[in-house]
Design a protein around this ligand. Structure first.
Ligand SMILES: [Fe+2]
Length: 386
């Protein structure tokens, strides 16, 4: 892998100063290590389903990612701190189902591997680094941030205690001011989608900046709330369907009271909070029933970039009606499996960021993507008028 398909990544500076990268790395790896500081043998076992990963494998994988790109130049021929690291922890080579059946090193040895790799990156950051190294260090930190968030939603899926403190309000404080819910009007405009060269670190799916003519639209100032969604679920129109939309997996009804599970705690459903863990498919059905539509990725980007007074963040990844496709000028960056394999029409773009997403990943141009049937990650949605 010494010859990359594209050298575009050399066009991504400026990078944050080395001291900032060092701080981000310490923070991100600190969160990972915090998760594993209290993990029991039982916690290391998770069911073999496609939305989960064995936690130990994930720790090895995110550590391997730092080492492979920063220290080994993306080349398997260069030595690793851990024997068989490529075979065990390269997600492009280790099939998902094999992560349960392949014998793994002990937790202690993977933690030791993590310590050695991260310490040697911190050492690099204490010296002078060039743009190429800065790119791979930032890539690996952001990759680790994504895996930290994946630990959080995996723990939510399994009803485990919250694994680390969220970056922004997650429970009671996330109550929205629903009284001020309004439609924000955007006149017809031409906007820039994607990212430009020289604007700092970007992912390959943001290449390149291009103009989009956007017709006028009206978008909700607030995301759809639990109260809105419950009304939809219990509406005669939904109940009359041959297969009505079911409540989210973390809801249950006891007597007349709806409860929602937040990690390992069942709490009364907060009607004023943004509804979460809704799949794209169910969000679409909500929209059809309520005669509204999901925004596309450009409309949601415009809303987020303008930070209009009435706009209220959901602290969730918000679904868009945009299928994840390459922008004009796309070419894969060295980590070729980041975007390219997922341009198959089965993924939808999400924008924003959850309470478990650090600010460095909450750029307006960032394009998250998940399969439309998934609802285990921290996702929600807002609507536009037809
Ligand atoms: Fe990964």
């Amino acid at each position: 892998m010494s010859e990359f398909l594209s050298n575009d990544y050399l066009l991504y500076p400026p990078y944050p100063p080395a001291s900032t990268l060092a701080q981000w790395l310490e923070e991100s790896n600190g969160i990972t290590r915090q998760i594993f500081s209290s993990i029991s043998i039982a916690d290391q076992v998770v069911p073999q389903i496609n939305i989960l990963n064995p936690p130990l494998w994930e720790l090895g994988h995110l550590t391997w990612f730092h080492e492979f790109w920063v220290h080994r130049d993306g080349q398997e021929s260069k030595p690793s701190f851990m024997k068989n690291a490529d075979y065990l922890f390269n997600s492009s080579e280790m099939a998902h189902q094999d992560r349960w059946s392949t014998p793994m090193p002990s937790l202690d040895s993977v933690l030791e591997y993590n310590h050695s790799v991260i310490e040697s990156i911190q050492e690099l950051l204490r010296a002078t680094i060039d743009n190429k190294v800065a790119y791979f260090i930032q890539l690996a930190i952001l990759h680790q941030d994504m895996h930290n968030e994946a630990f959080a939603y995996m723990w939510q899926t399994m009803g485990r205690p919250i694994p680390f403190a969220p970056f922004s309000p997650f429970t009671k404080e996330s109550e929205l001011e629903t009284n001020s819910q309004t439609w924000i009007h955007f006149p017809k405009s031409t906007i820039q989608a994607g990212s430009e060269q020289g604007s700092g670190f970007i992912f390959d799916n943001e290449k390149w900046a291009h103009s989009i003519d956007l017709p006028a639209f009206d978008i909700a100032s607030t995301p759809v709330t639990n109260g809105d969604y419950l009304e939809f679920l219990e509406s005669p129109g939904n109940l009359a369907q041959s297969s009505p939309v079911a409540p989210p997996f973390h809801w249950k009804k006891e007597g007349d009271v709806w409860l929602e599970r937040i990690f390992n705690q069942w709490l009364p459903l907060n009607h004023a909070a943004a509804v979460r863990h809704i799949s794209y498919l169910d969000a679409q059905r909500f929209c059809e029933r309520n005669q509204v539509r999901l925004p596309n990725e450009h409309e949601l980007s415009l809303l987020m970039s303008q930070k209009q007074g009435a706009w209220q963040s959901s602290n969730l990844w918000e679904w868009t009606s945009s299928t994840f496709v390459p922008f004009p000028g796309f070419s894969a960056d060295p980590y070729v499996d980041y975007s390219q394999p997922w341009f198959d029409g089965n993924y939808q773009v999400l924008k924003g960021g959850s309470s478990f997403t650090p600010d460095r990943l909450r750029r307006v141009a960032f394009r998250n993507f998940y399969q439309g049937q998934r609802s285990d990650h921290f996702c929600g949605f807002r609507t536009c008028l037809l």
